[in-house]
Design a protein around this ligand. Structure first.
Ligand SMILES: [Zn+2]
Length: 413
């Protein structure tokens, strides 16, 4: 099966200037040739008429969960007293809607960093089985945490463990349950009133045990790290990504280590802004005040990490599904500019997930996970938030979403 895209403004995901008038050939789901479009379009090509062709967006920090309390309007309306109790299985339809919304917005891969139970893995499996279209999903199964107040708040999203051997067993359990990588809580969470996110929550020997256990078997480790003490241990013990990492501007030497070792930072600016503003009436006053400070620290860290040469990835950590490019826009406006923010949301996120050989850039040999955008996101990254401008979404060369008139090609071509 061969597909040829004609007359594209090509963004390769690596941050360089766009190439006008490009042609791209896709065979069996992979990009096999990139050339130029000269003259009239030949028969049986898909003419993009100068629209922007770029790698599909990758959200490196998402919660693909049926719980939509922080995605107002996306799930079912809030339950009223006296209403017929809702079956929990309704949640699977919410997950299906999430998968569709992500694809429709040009997100072709998500790394799920924690959902209730194993629902992200169930969704991943349903997509693999061809029951529905959806983004590639990488799941951590449950988040590995020390016994903590967060475990009480988040319930089945967490797997609590204590001491190095218990941590090793927790890692093995996640792999048994189908995890693609391991996520740990190196510090407490900004969204849990009884946790102070500043000190390390796991000890150095616990984090070292997790990293050793995961890496030995070939699994990557993502560390939730808000305060500096936990971020320091996580970086020094060799995790692969730092999630949030907002305090790192206070320790430039750690940013230097991250740059040298290829440890990726996922700054999640949106989650701090949301907690401080959009969802302020849903959190305790202490947490809202804390988030205001953290939002500013996260911005400082984004700038410092960029200067230190740390690879940055885009992680929205918010909702509703399909508005993930809000984070790309925030990164652009907080010091990266459009080109680097797009690079973070494509190449950078692929590095975070460890799948850069397969997706994240528009190069020969890569999977054809691509988005065609009506307009120029380098000029106006905000149009990535307008689904009317998402013209076509291809996943492994397959038409999975977008506004383009169907059929894409006249029949018989
Ligand atoms: Zn998160």
């Amino acid at each position: 099966m061969i597909m040829r895209l004609w007359n594209a403004r090509l963004l390769d995901g690596l941050g360089g200037p766009p190439v006008e008038g490009a042609s791209v050939t896709i065979e069996d789901g992979r990009i096999v040739a990139i050339g130029t479009s000269v003259g009239d379009p030949p028969a049986a090509v898909l003419d993009l008429a100068g629209r922007t062709l770029m790698p599909g967006l990758i959200d490196a920090h998402a919660h693909v969960t049926a719980d939509t309390t922080r995605s107002p309007g996306f799930g079912p309306p809030p339950e009223l007293h006296g209403d017929d109790p809702r079956p929990t299985e309704i949640g699977y339809f919410v997950l299906a809607k999430t998968a569709a919304a992500l694809l429709r917005s040009g997100v072709t891969t998500v790394r799920d960093v924690g959902s209730y139970g194993l629902e992200a893995i169930v969704l991943r499996r349903a997509i693999e089985l061809g029951i529905l279209d959806g983004p590639r999903i990488l799941s951590c199964a449950r988040i590995v945490s020390a016994t903590s107040p967060g475990g009480k708040v988040f319930g089945s999203m967490y797997h609590e463990a204590d001491g190095p051997w218990d941590m090793r067993k927790a890692v093995r359990q996640q792999i048994r349950d189908g995890a693609d990588y391991i996520k740990i809580m190196a510090t407490g969470a900004r969204s849990v009133d009884r946790e102070d996110p500043e000190p390390a929550q796991m000890t150095r020997e616990e984090i070292a045990a997790v990293v050793d256990e995961a890496h030995r078997i070939g699994f990557r480790v993502a560390a939730h790290a808000e305060g500096l003490a936990g971020a320091r241990i996580a970086v020094e013990e060799g995790v692969d990504t730092i999630e949030h990492g907002l305090s790192l501007h206070r320790a430039p030497e750690l940013l230097g280590v991250m740059a040298a070792r290829g440890i990726v930072l996922v700054p999640t600016l949106s989650t701090f802004a949301d907690l401080a503003e959009r969802f302020a009436d849903m959190f305790t006053p202490r947490l809202v005040e804390q988030a205001k400070r953290q939002a500013e620290e996260a911005r400082l860290t984004l700038v410092a990490a960029r200067a230190a040469g740390v690879t940055l990835a885009m992680g929205y950590d918010s909702g509703p599904p399909g508005t993930n490019a809000t984070e790309l826009l925030r990164m652009a406006e907080s010091g990266l500019g459009a080109a680097e923010a797009i690079r973070a949301a494509t190449w950078g996120s692929a590095q975070a997930l460890g799948i850069g050989a397969d997706v994240g850039t528009l190069e020969t040999g890569r999977s054809a996970d691509l988005v065609v955008v009506d307009g120029d996101p380098l000029e106006d990254p905000g149009l990535l938030l307008d689904v009317e401008r998402i013209w076509l979404v291809l996943q492994a060369g397959r038409d999975v979403a977008g506004n383009a008139p169907r059929p894409l090609l006249p029949s018989g071509s």
